[in-house]
Write a protein that binds this ligand. Structure first.
Ligand SMILES: [Zn+2]
Length: 151
């Protein structure tokens, strides 16, 4: 029998059923409490802001600014918009290594190819993704949330 922990009453039960035998709360319901990213519109604005910032600072200023934000899960555009990239599992801000290598380099590279071959359509992925994620969020197992939601 699988052991299940009830999110509502914290009882540990051995049951095949989908609900807690102690209080009747559904285990499925609890699982559905998934993290949802910020709205696609907000994501889109942050893409725009990021490119404007990178352009006006000739790229260099943006990089230096981004370096000062390392470990916070933020980039200059996200900082201004009050957004943070967090790990889907731990819900903690992305570490500098993962932010840079996984999200920036690996996911960024794959996403560029995807965006190119879909003629840019993939850039709008948060608009149809159920958790408002784009391709590089998926690849790097991250999600963008409002900074005040980060514990
Ligand atoms: Zn229960």
């Amino acid at each position: 029998m699988p052991q299940k922990v009830c999110k509502k009453c914290s009882a540990i039960s051995e049951t095949e059923k989908d609900f807690c035998p102690e209080c009747g709360a559904s285990y499925l319901e609890a699982k559905k409490e998934e993290l949802i990213g910020v709205s696609p519109g907000t994501r889109f604005l942050s893409y725009l802001l990021e490119s404007v910032l990178a352009t006006v600072t000739l790229g260099i200023g943006w990089l230096i600014w981004a370096a000062t934000l390392s470990g916070t899960g933020q980039t200059p555009g996200k900082k201004i918009m009050g957004l943070t990239v967090i790990d889907e599992q731990t819900k903690k801000p992305m570490t500098m290594g993962r932010m840079f290598w996984m999200r920036g380099i690996v996911a960024g590279f794959v996403a560029q190819i995807g965006i190119f071959f879909t003629l840019g359509i993939l850039l709008f992925m948060p608009f149809w993704d159920k958790r408002n994620q784009n391709l590089w969020d998926r690849i790097s197992a991250s999600i963008v949330v409002n900074t005040q939601e980060v514990s």
